[in-house]
Design a protein. Structure first.
Length: 210
């Protein structure tokens, strides 16, 4: 089944766009992202958890652009830091922080810390301009490395060590990472019932003016 309208990824992060396009490549869906549109207001990510923020981004983007939207909110939860950086992962080192700045701040915070356990969490929300959203979740457990390793991926990938493969996310190919990552697992849930999701989306969109 073909989705009647393009699906907009509510992100300007090209790394995320590549991952989502690859993971959804088996479906007859035209995928766009925020870079394909003019300036739109920024969503205030003030939710209390990943699900709140994913829903806000997907719903807001769908309403503003008038197309179905998919958003994810993901972050790194470090046990010894009380769950930080958590929902603040993208701005751990401040607003508009670079990946490098966030990684360096995390390394500094972990100096001398023996408990390196951490997990990446991801919540995906898919919404239409009007009505509810569908929610999917994924989690990947690992360790915080003692230094940056690898040059693939984005975000905290160079510091997130995945013991089963003995690599950081940044040392993995996109295929390897997609098979084990929090986002890959969440999208795997979505993919497993995507035929039903397409029916749901098309039914919802048929009720709304283009």
């Amino acid at each position: 089944m073909k989705l009647s309208r393009p699906l907009v990824l509510a992100t300007r992060n090209e790394g995320k766009v590549l991952e989502f396009r690859e993971l959804l490549s088996d479906f007859d869906v035209e995928i766009r992202c925020l870079n394909d549109f003019g300036p739109i207001p920024t969503v205030l990510e003030d939710g209390e958890n990943f699900e709140d923020n994913a829903y806000k981004k997907a719903s807001f983007t769908a309403r503003v652009i008038g197309l179905p939207a998919l958003a994810d909110d993901s972050g790194l939860v470090v046990e010894s830091l009380g769950g930080m950086p958590g929902i603040h992962s993208a701005r751990f080192a401040g607003e508009d922080a670079t990946d490098e700045a966030n990684n360096l701040k995390l390394l500094e915070a972990m100096t001398g810390v023996r408990d390196r356990e951490a997990a990446f969490n991801c919540v995906i929300a898919i919404a239409v301009p009007k009505g509810p959203a569908l929610i999917y979740e994924g989690r990947c457990e690992g360790l915080i490395a003692h230094d940056l390793k690898g040059d693939q991926g984005f975000g905290y990938d160079p510091l997130f060590f995945y013991p089963p493969l003995k690599k950081t996310f940044a040392q993995m190919s996109r295929t390897e990472k997609g098979g084990v990552s929090h986002r890959g697992k969440a999208l795997g849930e979505l993919k497993s019932e995507f035929s039903k999701v397409l029916i749901w989306l098309n039914q919802r969109l048929a009720e709304e003016p283009f």
